[in-house]
Design a protein around this ligand. Structure first.
Ligand SMILES: *Cc1c(COP(=O)(O)O)cnc(C)c1O
Length: 483
């Protein structure tokens, strides 16, 4: 580090007394300005420490200007709508399933006003908040009872805590899954206070393995849909019905985590092998767990359906209160479920299903129509329609591929990474996928009403898309999106 550089960096006080920041403090709170000042000074100090040659430090006026800009920027929401042209339909980083208009309308209606969340309007008596969706879930899955919590991880912890705490739950080694980020089934089980009893091997587990493991300490048998991988080759697993027989024989509940929670057979959308909640209930599983924001196409939540007695124990457990959902989630879920009563309406109105059922010809026509419009934008050297494959994603099997059409963009004068970054931070936000030196905009996840927005987002980039702020790099300017 060049000598004395640090001594030339202004103090926090010096900066906040600068006229520009003094004026700013009349509008936004003192603590907001001070925290931005501190953060920027820390970055400048860090940079000075790293510097090998003489660098010119920004002066007080320049720093004040930059802080004012950051305060203004941080006033804009960090959570923004995104046009998903990644080709991953259920992208966890993009909030998984978009909601149906009906769900948005019902959510908005109860958001703005008070709502009958725990009041039965007919009797005027206190009711359960789950009543808003329980009847619908019973109807659609054939189960005796239903409970909704924050997400499927929460549903798993709650179920195991209520039914198996201090005791053992028997699971096949082939089903101890990890679903991206921090979801590892053994860890989730640990958090519930239940002990995991692994049986079988990675590729083969037989009914006898479960039977041999059952003893005094056993509280439940659990089966988990290996939703994001497939074990192929020399394999064997136990059909749910056989596990149910063993459970009945030993008087043990069978818990089935099916993951995605399809309510329609996804084979009709070209994605076979996704378990249906209805089938698990019919096969005799006592408790069935699934997510609301995967293949169901609703809001983030965890859905528990099954027999009355275990569900009553789950509802009574103290963790239920910690994991309960709010009126917004319940309204969105109820509206989504109501669409499933008429499968035709579900296919048409639930965005995920509508996107999946869009014909390849439709995507191709749109790609061919959009390509010349995108090619005409000044940031783009060429734009070509391209047939490719999209993925369901969001913890579903990577082999679940869907045919799609993209527009492949070659940038003019800038790198493809810079083009991708400019579209991510532009208005509207667009996320595509980079392949070699082209940015693909995949139409499988783009609603037709957003076609025009794709063009305006690219057109808005102009000749030279805005660069990231120079000198200091800061997490602040990065979009918070990661799969
Ligand atoms: C996705 C998934 C989970 C986690 O669900 P969240 O709703 O994300 O908490 C658990 N189990 C299986 C089998 C899954 O596919």
């Amino acid at each position: 580090m060049p000598a004395n550089l640090l001594r030339h960096i202004p103090s926090v006080n010096e900066l906040i007394e600068h006229p520009q920041l003094r004026a700013l403090r009349d509008k936004v709170s003192h603590s907001v300005v001070v925290s931005k000042v501190r953060a920027l000074l820390e970055e400048v100090r860090e940079e000075a420490r790293q510097a090998t040659a003489d660098i010119r430090l920004p002066n007080v006026a320049e720093l004040a200007e930059r802080i004012a800009r950051r305060v203004k920027q941080s006033d804009e929401p960090r959570l923004r709508p995104v046009i998903n042209a990644t080709g991953i339909l259920l992208h966890t980083g993009l909030g998984r399933a978009p909601l149906a208009e009906e769900a948005v309308a019902e959510m908005t209606a109860v958001a703005r006003d008070y709502a009958s969340l725990e009041i039965d309007l007919r009797s005027g008596e206190r009711s359960q908040r789950g009543d808003a969706v329980e009847g619908l879930l019973r109807e659609l899955t054939g189960a005796e009872a239903a409970v909704v919590v924050n997400n499927n991880a929460g549903a798993t912890v709650l179920t195991l805590a209520a039914l198996c705490a201090g005791k053992e739950v028997v699971v096949s080694r082939g089903e101890l899954i990890e679903i991206g980020g921090s979801y590892r089934l053994p860890d989730v089980m640990g958090a519930s206070g239940a002990r995991l009893r692994e049986v079988g091997t990675t590729n083969k587990t037989r009914l006898a393995d479960y039977r041999d493991a059952v003893g005094e300490q056993t509280a439940a048998l659990m089966a988990v849909h290996t939703s994001n991988y497939v074990v192929v080759g020399f394999t064997e697993s136990v059909p749910l019905a056989d596990l149910v027989c063993l459970g009945r024989e030993r008087n043990l509940p069978v818990i089935h985590d099916i993951g995605s929670g399809a309510l329609l057979d996804f084979a009709e959308f070209g994605c076979p092998g996704e378990p249906l909640a209805r089938d698990s209930v019919k096969a005799g599983a006592d408790v069935v767990l699934f997510s609301g924001d995967k293949l169901l196409g609703g809001p983030q939540c965890g859905i528990i359906v099954g027999r009355r007695e275990p569900l009553a124990a789950i509802l009574r457990h103290p963790l239920m209160r910690a994991l309960r959902v709010d009126k917004l989630t319940l309204a969105a879920l109820a509206a989504t479920l109501r669409l499933y009563r008429t499968p035709e309406a579900a296919r048409r109105e639930i965005p995920l299903l509508a996107l999946l059922t869009t014909s390849v010809e439709n995507l191709r026509n749109r790609a061919e129509r959009l390509a010349p419009q995108l090619a005409a934008c000044s940031a783009i050297a060429s734009a070509d329609p391209l047939a490719d494959v999209a993925y369901l994603g969001g913890g579903s099997v990577p082999t679940q591929q869907v045919p799609t059409w993209c527009i492949a963009l070659s940038p003019r004068n800038i790198s493809v990474e810079r083009l991708a970054a400019a579209l991510r931070t532009g208005t509207p936000c667009v996320m595509g996928r980079v392949r070699q030196d082209r940015l693909l905009l995949d139409l499988r996840g783009v609603m037709p009403r957003h076609d025009v927005d794709l063009v305006s987002a690219v057109a808005a980039l102009g000749e030279a898309p805005p660069a990231a702020e120079p000198v200091v790099s800061s997490a602040e300017e990065q979009p918070a999106i990661a799969e």
